[in-house]
Design a protein around this ligand. Structure first.
Ligand code: ADP
Ligand code: MG
Length: 135
């Protein structure tokens, strides 16, 4: 069944001019770019977006990083889009990411890991609504 997920091309990847290469991977794997915008979020937005991680030791660094420069927010659509996007991203730690995944190819470190992807239907809806005010 066709579904939607939120993807972020994070500041480290935008800064290195990797927007096109990352979107190419999505399109080559059957995901359709339904919405897209480049945006520089502020700290308040970042803290809300990552609120599920608020008790983690890396929370403050994560929030400061994600608003350190522009990112690209995408709504991706396709059959099984949430899981397919997660598979294309690879593991959170790029050292553990499978060959050919976005994080294997482009991530610099566990914190500067180039992409975000929603991890469930519920979070996809919440995150799409946060960035695009749509369901
Ligand atoms: P994912 O992005 O793969 O869904 P998580 O939701 O667990 O990973 O974490 C959100 C983000 O927080 C990660 O993408 C990464 O940028 C950062 N992060 C996760 N774990 C760590 C860690 N141990 N040290 C530093 N940053 C981390
Ligand atoms: Mg996550």
């Amino acid at each position: 069944m066709s579904e939607k997920t939120l993807s972020l091309i994070k500041p480290d990847a935008v800064e290195r001019n990797l927007i096109g290469k990352i979107i190419q991977i999505f399109e080559d794997n059957g995901l359709v770019v339904e919405e897209m915008k480049k945006v520089h979020i502020d700290l308040e937005f970042a803290k809300n977006f990552y609120s599920t991680h608020s008790k983690k030791p890396f929370y403050n660094d994560l929030c400061n990083y994600i608003c350190s420069g522009p990112l690209v927010a995408l709504v991706l659509r396709g059959d099984n889009a949430i899981q397919i996007n997660r598979d294309l991203m690879g593991s959170t730690n790029p050292k553990e990411a499978k060959s050919g995944t976005i994080r294997n190819l482009y991530a610099l470190s566990i914190d500067k890991n180039s992409v975000h992807g929603s991890d469930s239907h519920q979070n996809a809806q919440i995150e799409i609504d946060l960035f695009f005010n749509i369901k």
